[in-house]
Design a protein around this ligand. Structure first.
Ligand code: ATP
Ligand code: MG
Length: 399
């Protein structure tokens, strides 16, 4: 919902305001570049203007919805609004609000919310609310019986005054929040293509970290469909950041998985996960990534008990980030739907086939290490080096 003639998107970011001016400036430049790439990728003809603390997207009325959609997909954006920008003058504001009311007011109570970030205009936010409210009232009173309710209105009209302009809009559409992508160093994302791992990867992207995605192909324990859904989920993640590379590394773990299945009954999953972290560590060394992100959650599977997370984590010295550590499955499903990776994730995970009948919930590091093949970590490095690399980034310019 937007006022007639809206051809601009007002973008709000959150966490950046707490940074020094220099850091905020750099982060805003990054956000502007990311927005420009997202718009281009979606075929929106638009120019992003960097204004202190509120970037603006100038586009056409025809493409305003698409521009708003793009803006509210970008990590770092708290919310955005499709606005009509007019001079910060009483009459222009009244006319714009009256037009918006004639288009959108049908019944019930309304409210005008004023905000003045530019103290040079001769009226304050309360004045704007008062004269704006009157203009709306007069525009619709012949046809309806308008009411004003500031606490629980059915329709809100916003007037935000900045830099000599008044921005008139009707809603604030939430974005993912967080920080602009590319403002943190990259991390290796272990992507199984299940429900959880793409959500975990999205979480670190949302906080500004690019990902280096890695998928371990479990051979007969996995299957072609598993590989495909991992590819699909990385493609979806890439659509949030078209100016970043998403080179998926597909690691052939077939031989190692068979070997572990022969050696272990209970505990094989722990050894496998230790191998997996070591693969990730090797990829991190090669790509400059500074950590690992997984979709693990406490107790979700036997390999994810608090005690087993300790046993497996000791395989690497890199920090393992687990943004979903305390999130319940039902909520994870909702988040996967929001990110857009849920539909590809509904086949049972390959790991389930590899899991033993009697799972180990309190693995003992010394006995796992004693049974692991001596060359488990060398294998991990060798397999990581031999990975197939599939470029899934969208290749838009402007990093
Ligand atoms: P789900 O729990 O929805 O089946 P998942 O991706 O969380 O999917 P888990 O078996 O819970 O799968 O694995 C825990 C984590 O280990 C995953 O979130 C992922 O980060 C990593 N992982 C598991 N299997 C693989 C794999 N084949 N390749 C890469 N990473 C994997
Ligand atoms: Mg899981």
């Amino acid at each position: 919902m937007q006022p007639p003639g809206a051809d601009t998107v007002l973008v709000r970011h959150g966490d950046l305001n707490t940074k020094s001016r220099q850091v905020q400036g750099a982060m805003e430049r990054r956000l502007v570049a990311n927005l420009q790439a997202l718009l281009a990728d979606r075929g929106v003809d638009a120019e992003v203007e960097r204004r202190w603390s509120r970037p603006l997207i100038h586009t056409s009325e025809r493409q305003i919805e698409d521009a708003l959609d793009a803006a509210t997909s970008a990590p770092g954006v708290v919310s955005a609004s499709a606005v009509r920008a007019v001079p910060a003058e009483r009459q222009a504001i009244e006319t714009t609000l009256a037009e918006a009311a004639r288009e959108h007011y049908h019944e019930g109570a309304f409210a005008v919310r004023g905000r003045r970030a530019d103290k040079s205009v001769p009226f304050d936010s309360e004045d704007a609310q008062r004269f704006g409210g009157t203009a709306i009232w007069e525009a619709v009173e012949d046809e309806f019986e308008p009411e004003v309710d500031l606490d629980d209105p059915d329709l809100e009209f916003f007037v935000e005054i900045r830099d000599g302009e008044a921005f008139v809009f009707l809603e604030k559409v939430p974005g993912p929040g967080g920080l602009p992508l590319g403002t943190q160093d990259p991390v290796v994302a272990l992507i199984s293509g299940g429900i959880d791992s793409p959500v975990a990867a999205f979480e670190v992207m949302r906080r500004g970290s690019p990902i280096v995605p890695v998928y371990l192909d479990l051979g007969d324990y996995g299957g072609v469909d598993h590989r495909e859904r991992a590819v699909d989920s990385v493609r979806t993640l890439a659509s949030y950041a078209p100016n970043h590379p998403f080179d998926l590394r597909i690691v052939d773990a077939d031989e190692t998985v068979d070997l572990l299945a022969d050696r272990f009954e209970a505990g094989r999953m722990l050894a496998f996960r230790r191998y997996m972290y070591r693969v990730a560590e090797r990829v991190a060394e090669e790509t400059g990534a500074v950590g690992i992100v997984t979709g693990e959650a406490i107790g979700q599977k036997s390999s994810q008990t608090t005690s087993n997370l300790g046993v497996t984590s000791s395989a690497t010295t890199l920090p393992i980030h687990r943004p979903l550590l305390t999130v319940d499955k039902q909520e994870l499903i909702e988040r996967a739907k929001d990110v857009g990776t849920y539909s590809t994730a509904t086949i049972p995970a390959g790991c389930n086939r590899f899991a033993p009948d009697q799972a180990e919930t309190h693995g003992d590091l010394a006995s796992i290490e004693a049974r692991e093949p001596d060359d488990l970590f060398e294998r991990a490095e060798r397999d990581a080096d031999a990975a197939e690399v599939v470029g899934l980034g969208r290749g838009a310019n402007g990093i």
